[in-house]
Design a protein around this ligand. Sequence first.
Ligand SMILES: Nc1nc2c(ncn2[C@@H]2O[C@H](COP(=O)(O)OP(=O)(O)OP(=O)(O)O)[C@@H](O)[C@H]2O)c(=O)[nH]1
Ligand SMILES: [Mg+2]
Length: 381
Amino acid sequence: MSSDIEVKRLTARGRGAVAVVRVRLQTSEQANRVDQCFTAINGIPAATAAVGRILYGHWGLEDVVVVRTAELEYEVNCHGGEAAVDAICQSLVGNQTKSARANSEAVSPESRLNAELLKILLQCRTRQTAEFALAQYQGVLRNFLQWLRDCSNVNRCLSAINAAISWNRFAEHLTKPWKVAVVGQPNAGKSSLLNAMVGYERSIVFDQPGTTRDRVETEITLDGLPFLLADTAGIREATDDIESLGIAEARTSISTCDACLIVVDSTSGWTSDDDDLLQLVPPNCNVAVLLNKCDLLDSDATSEALLASVHSSRSVFVLATSATEKIGISELLNWLPSVLAPDRPAIDQPLLLVSELRQQLQLFSETPDIAALLQVLDAWL
Ligand SMILES: Nc1nc2c(ncn2[C@@H]2O[C@H](COP(=O)(O)OP(=O)(O)OP(=O)(O)O)[C@@H](O)[C@H]2O)c(=O)[nH]1
Ligand SMILES: [Mg+2]
């Protein structure tokens, strides 16, 4: 019976980051053959999974992603390299591996596009980002490229490409988390706030300034998207070499983040040191000033006055927070995705996830040359 199962390696032979093996069954009775080899982390048998559902799990010793692509068809995405692919083929068809090998398809441009999109799909860490990447993998991007090739009208191609380019920042962050730096003066409550945001004691909290030395990073999901929070050393005149390295790290975090949370101790208020810190934040970065320890203020009037006292030369979001009393935390968690990814593309919007293709289409957008575009498209279709 097992000899009826068709097993085909879709990606090129030789080492690569990801290899894809297609498994095509002849009858639904053979569905248990996949489940005899594969165990999904969430316990869902591949045979009962909906078409298009991504299952992550183990195939023997291999970590794999299995996607049911049709009623009787699965794609197994495993680590590139011969051993993993052979092990998967062997477990399904026993001594049929050789014939499966003989059937291996040569690398076509189309499978190159698929392999690139699969790499991206495997890097997605949230369900929502994986859904966007899966839609591209399942044909949205390929159809878009085909449409461009058939259209061959410069202006129409240009406007469709520009529409796709407008989602580049969103597309890039499907696999790369948005970076959020938590910075401020020593003892302002940066680590306490980070812990309140992630919901567990990730960072050490202590009532002496200079507690956090190294950068402490934690990934969280907000509104379906990945964010990397970095707790940093309080910025002041360093008292020793280690602290000075930590402060240098904090400055790097500020210069490379997408959003910066400047934590201020409400009982001291906004100071010129905070103003200096704000000057370090790049102009295109979103900034929130968090007036922390607001639970220590004796009245709402003081809190209001403090909020109004933050004078800034740039637009900042000012919020009163208390890490200990969990005040302002949910507003803060809502604010981050609302400023960094305020809009979501439709699921069938082409996203230029493959960096080489992105650069090629960017070039066309800057210097529209239809002949050059057709050449690019031929290399991907
Ligand atoms: N009352 C009150 N105390 C807080 C709050 N947030 C932090 N603290 C206290 O402030 C002290 C310093 O907190 P940390 O979170 O360690 O401050 P930090 O900014 O990370 O300090 P460094 O790492 O030394 O720069 C601790 O005693 C915390 O319990 C708050 O919202 N309210
Ligand atoms: Mg700290």
